[in-house]
Every structure is written in C-alpha cells, then in structure tokens.
Design a protein around this ligand. Sequence first.
Ligand code: NAI
Length: 221
Amino acid sequence: MTVKGREKGGAVPQGVVGRLPIYFRYLSELEHQGIERISSAQLGKALDFTAAQIRSDLSYFGSFGQQGYGYNVQDLLKQVRLILGLNKNYSMILIGAGNLGKAIACYSGFKMQGFEINAIFDIDPHLVGNFLEGTTIQHVDKLEDYLKENHVDVAILATPKNASQSMADLLGKSDVESIWNFSPAHLTVPDNVIVENIHLTDSLYGLVFRLNENREIRKQG
Ligand code: NAI
C-alpha cells in the first residue's frame, strides 16, 4: 500500500509510511519533555535510524529544519501530525466485542487522538445490549443498516477467523474505506478498501529471534 507524496512526485514508499508514526511518537515525547530542538543525527540515534534516512523520509513532504539548527520539535511534530492526518477525527466501528475487542474499545488513547468508536457489533446474545465504554453492543444483524445510515472511516475487525471474510464482504459493499483487521484471516476486499493487518505475533516472533541470536552471540563470545 502506498500513499501519495506531497512534494516528490509519485507514491510514498511503505517503509516511509511505517516510520512516520515512530517519528510522531518520539517527537510527542520530546515536546512533552519541553525539548525545543533536535538534529536529524540525534533523532536518528534515538530511533535507530540514520540521519540521512530521516532527512530522506521527510523530504517526501517538504523541507523541514535548518542546516546547523536541526528541527524545531513543535513545528516538526505539527507537520508530521498533518502528514499522518492526525489533525482530523475518524469515525470507527468495532466488530467483535470479545477479549481483544474489549481491550481496543477500552483504550482511551485512541479517543484522545481523534479516533472515536461510534458503534460496536457482536453476534453473542449475552453481549448484545451490554454497554462497552458507553456504547451499546448491537447485534451484528444491525450492521448493514448502520452502514447505510452512517459514515465509517475505519472498521475494526476483531472476530474469529471464520467470521471475518463475511464481515469484510459486508463492509466492502458499503462506503467503509478501511479495515483494521486483527483477525488472522487474509481478507479479500474491493480495490477501494484499504486493509491493515495486525499480528502481535509478528512482533513476538521478531523478539524471540533476537533473543536467540543474542544467546548465540553470548555463547560464542
Ligand atoms: P473472542 O472469542 O474473545 O472474541 C471474538 C468475538 O467475536 C466474540 O465476542 C464473538 O461473539 C464475536 N463474533 C463471532 N462471530 C461474529 C460475527 N459474525 N459478527 C460479530 N461478532 C462475532 O476472541 P479474541 O481473543 O477477542 O480474538 C478476536 C480475534 O482477534 C480472533 O480472530 C483472534 O485470532 C484475533 N487475535 C489477534 C491478535 C493479533 O495480534 N492480531 C491477538 C489476539 C487475538
């Protein structure tokens, strides 16, 4: 998946898109600490990227910072926020209010960044009618009508694997533009629907790979 570049022509590589949230998080932290300025070398060192990488990533969107001064943290944070589109609010729905769905709905950080879960759906009669973070869990039978009547930017899919494609089919027929898919299902969707698959296990596998690598190095040293 690519997004359209603003300064350089063409599309922004996925690697750049993947690093922008990392820059955003770190700059937010710096701003919180009252740090006013940072060089690309310092930024690179803190985040394990090269200074050249950071300058190249940002150059897709314009020229930021000054030679010999570096970046003004507040200005750069503001720009990265705009680039990521975090200056807007996003309407979301959650499908699947089980263990994971509940954890997602209960995380207050999303709302603080403008991501609002406006409706929650599940198939379990024991859950339907209950409140989750102030939102009533509706039966999934009501999803089609909800999608006709409401605009949804992001649908969060936290259903079991075997239920996910039928949910994606329903979403694909509506004007939902993106799916944040936590289920392990590989979804088939129309071209206009963006899917972001989340697998916590990928991160865990990466961690244990490095863990074993470290142990091996220690053994040899
Ligand atoms: P869970 O069983 O606690 O919750 C699933 C919920 O989906 C239940 O409340 C169930 O009633 C509901 N559901 C089932 N069919 C439905 C349908 N057709 N429409 C609406 N709701 C429906 O499972 P858990 O642990 O919350 O996991 C949810 C999904 O997330 C699973 O696919 C699981 O494999 C995946 N998962 C992914 C992780 C990741 O890293 N991406 C981590 C943990 C879970």
